[in-house]
Design a protein around this ligand. Structure first.
Ligand code: ZN
Length: 371
């Protein structure tokens, strides 16, 4: 699985040799049989071999590709894996990252691993849990990378409401009261279950769903620490199909993500204009990274640009070849923006990759600063 720690290790990888990055879409919804993936893989491998033949520093790439193909031949558990990322560099690096979300087929030969797709997935799909409740049922569905990864269900034997009975007031109201108490006990058990689920994973967000009355009662029973993580409510039946739940939840998640991106970009523009607590534009941002002042790096997802990297002082620049910081001779890199994202990861800065027109207007990249 992808974790920030694992990404950070890959981002830190440096070698004098070429690194092969290969992303393969193995999504069973698009490629029902395992062999259906083969033509895509063949095409990527052929492209990479042709690119390697053009370089004089890529003699080991053929071997790396053979190893990748051999790993693909072993197959993947495609009930859980929809995308695979390979990072290979001779004897120094061979990493296989299995992703529960689809990836875009891509092969890159570069000085460093091409991590942008993984970074984007990590940023875009934060893990969340959907909790659906009604008077007798509670369903907990856990999603990671936009895919259902775990589910559990709690069903209590609660009698249905006896609305509109006409066999006499007192008896019916007793029965009703008893049923309501049992329903409440059920919801309390569900609230405990949710709290236990959340204990181990501090980043998990919560989406609630079910009949409005049950959800409202349930929310009252939630521990404050859980209630603080509820970010949305779905109007959906507690018995909805999983595909329906997933679609509704991803829709809500995407809205939440877009809103938070917009808020971030607004803050970036405001602060860059006013009190210099932020910078915008590539040159300014690279400088802030060099000074280790970046708190949050905000980058347009599709932004790529060639540039320069100084091996002596690790400075990144749009113009070369002489380093303006230390005077050393810099190396040309294919994508300075990708390098900047890696650098931010390594500095423990937050990274936000977004599609936002307001960000594009100010140069497609910027940073909120620590100081
Ligand atoms: Zn330098």
């Amino acid at each position: 699985v992808i974790t920030e720690a694992r990404l950070r290790d890959l981002a830190a990888f440096r070698a004098d040799d070429v690194v092969t990055t290969l992303y393969l879409d193995v999504d069973g919804r698009r490629y029902p049989r395992a062999v259906d993936v083969d033509p895509q893989l063949d095409h990527l491998v052929r492209t990479a071999r042709a690119a390697a033949a053009q370089r004089d520093d890529a003699s080991h790439v053929g071997g790396d590709l053979d190893r990748i193909v051999a790993r693909c031949r072993e197959g993947f558990d495609r009930s859980r894996v929809r995308g695979v990322a390979f990072f290979a560099c001779g004897a120094q690096l061979f990493e296989v990252v299995l992703v529960p979300a689809p990836v875009r087929n891509q092969v890159v030969l570069n000085q460093v691993p091409a991590l942008r797709q993984l970074e984007y997935l990590l940023d875009e799909y934060e893990p969340f849990m959907v909790v659906l409740v009604d008077r007798r049922r509670a369903r907990l569905l856990r999603f990671d990378m936009g895919e259902l990864v775990d589910r559990s269900e709690l069903i209590d034997d609660v009698p249905p409401r006896v609305d509109g009975t006409d066999d006499g007031g007192l008896m019916a109201s007793h029965v009703q009261q008893h049923a309501d108490e049992m329903a409440r006990r059920h919801l309390r058990r569900a609230a405990d279950a949710v709290r236990r689920e959340l204990e181990g994973s501090k980043a998990l967000r919560v989406i609630l769903g079910g009949p409005a009355e049950a959800v409202a009662e349930f929310e009252d029973l939630l521990h404050a620490s859980v209630r603080g993580r509820v970010e949305a409510r779905l109007s959906i039946s507690a018995q909805a199909r999983e595909s329906e739940i997933r679609a509704a939840a991803l829709d809500v998640e995407a809205q939440v993500e877009r809103r938070s991106e917009q808020a971030l970009v607004d803050r970036l523009r405001e602060q860059a204009g006013a009190d210099h607590a932020a910078v915008v534009g590539l040159d300014e941002t690279l400088r802030a990274l060099f000074d280790r002042r970046v708190d949050t790096l905000v980058v347009s997802n599709a932004f790529e640009q060639p540039g320069w990297r100084c091996g002596a002082c690790a400075c990144l620049a749009t113009r070369g070849r002489t380093c303006s910081m230390c005077g050393a001779e810099m190396d040309a890199v294919d994508d300075i923006v990708g390098e900047a994202v890696d650098a931010a990861f390594l500095q423990d800065a937050r990274v936000e990759l977004c599609d936002n027109v307001d960000l594009d207007v100010v140069g497609r990249i910027g940073a909120l600063l620590r100081f």
